[in-house]
Design a binder for this molecule. Structure first.
Ligand SMILES: Nc1ncnc2c1ncn2[C@@H]1O[C@H](COP(=O)(O)OP(=O)(O)OP(=O)(O)O)[C@@H](O)[C@H]1O
Ligand SMILES: [Mg+2]
Length: 236
C-alpha cells in the first residue's frame, strides 16, 4: 500500500469527528471517498495532511509513519493535497500561480519549465490565459489551474477534495478524464467526491458516513448497483 490509514480518530478541538477510519490506496490506483455532507471526508484529508492532529491511529505513506510529522514534511514526501475550494491566488496571473508553486521545487529551473510545458499540454485551455488574473478564469479553468499547480509539486499521490464542486457536468467529465490520463502517467489519486460520476474513473470506492468508512468495494460494483450506493449513503 502506498497510503495506509488505520483506525484514525480525530476532529476539531474536543469534538470527535473521525471515529476510527481505515482505508488504503495502492500505487497507481484512483481511489474515491464518497459520502454525504458532513460525513467527515474533508476532516479525514486534513488529518492525513496534519492540518489537524490525528488523536490516535496510524497513517503510513510509502512505509513511513506520518502521524507526528508536520504538514510541510508530508508534502515534501510526495503526498499532495488539493483542498476544498480552489486554493489558487485569485489576484495573481496564471503564470504567477505557476511561479509560486515552482518556487517550492528544489530541482532545476529547466526541469520545472519542462513540467509546466507538459501540464499546459494536459490543460490546453490555460495556455492562452497565462497572463490573465486567475480570478478572470471560468470555474472549470480555475479548477484546472488548481490541479495543474498541485501537480507541479510532483506528488506521488494527490488527494483531491471535491474537484467537481460547482462545475457543469461536461467540465466534470473532462476533468475526470484528465485525472485518468495523469494516473496513466504515474500519479496515484485519492479523490473525495459527492459526484457519483467519479465511479467511471475510480478503481475502488469507500463510502463514509458519520465519521466512519462503512462500505468499500470496486467502483464497478457501485456503478452497476446504484441501490448499493444509495443504501450505503443512507445506511440500511
Ligand atoms: N472547523 C470546524 N470546526 C468544528 N467542526 C467542524 C469544522 N469543520 C467541519 N466540522 C464538522 O465536522 C463534521 C465533518 O465535516 P467535513 O467537512 O469533514 O465533512 P465532509 O464529508 O467533507 O462534508 P461536505 O461534503 O459538506 O464537504 C461536520 O459535522 C462538520 O460540522
Ligand atoms: Mg468536505
Amino acid at each position: 500500500m502506498l497510503l495506509e490509514i488505520e483506525n484514525v480518530v480525530g476532529g476539531y478541538g474536543r469534538v470527535e469527528i473521525l471515529h476510527g477510519v481505515s482505508l488504503g490506496v495502492e500505487e497507481g490506483e484512483i481511489v474515491s471517498i464518497l459520502g454525504a455532507n458532513g460525513a467527515g471526508k474533508t476532516t479525514l484529508l486534513r488529518t492525513v495532511s496534519a492540518l489537524l492532529p490525528a488523536w490516535s491511529g496510524s497513517i503510513r505513506f510509502a512505509g513511513k509513519e506520518l502521524v507526528g510529522m508536520k504538514t510541510e514534511s508530508i508534502a515534501a514526501r510526495g503526498l499532495g493535497h488539493l483542498p476544498e475550494g480552489r486554493g489558487i491566488f485569485q489576484m495573481l496571473t496564471v503564470q504567477e500561480n505557476f511561479d509560486v508553486a515552482a518556487s517550492l521545487r528544489r530541482d532545476s529551473r529547466a526541469e520545472v519549465r519542462k513540467d509546466i510545458a507538459r501540464l499546459l499540454s494536459v490543460f490546453p485551455a490555460l495556455t492562452s490565459k497565462l497572463k490573465h488574473p486567475a480570478a478572470l478564469l471560468s470555474g472549470g479553468q480555475q479548477q484546472m489551474l488548481a490541479l495543474a499547480r498541485a501537480l507541479l509539486g510532483r506528488p506521488k499521490l494527490l488527494m483531491i477534495d471535491e474537484l467537481s464542486f460547482g462545475l457543469a457536468a461536461v467540465l466534470v467529465e473532462e476533468l475526470f478524464t484528465t485525472i485518468q490520463q495523469l494516473r496513466d502517467q504515474g500519479t496515484t489519486f485519492l479523490i473525495v467526491e459527492q459526484n457519483a460520476g467519479v465511479l467511471e474513473i475510480a478503481d475502488r470506492v469507500y463510502v463514509m458516513r458519520g465519521g466512519r468508512n462503512e462500505v468499500a468495494g470496486a467502483a464497478s460494483e457501485f456503478a452497476e448497483n446504484r441501490d448499493l450506493l444509495v443504501r450505503s449513503y443512507l445506511g440500511g
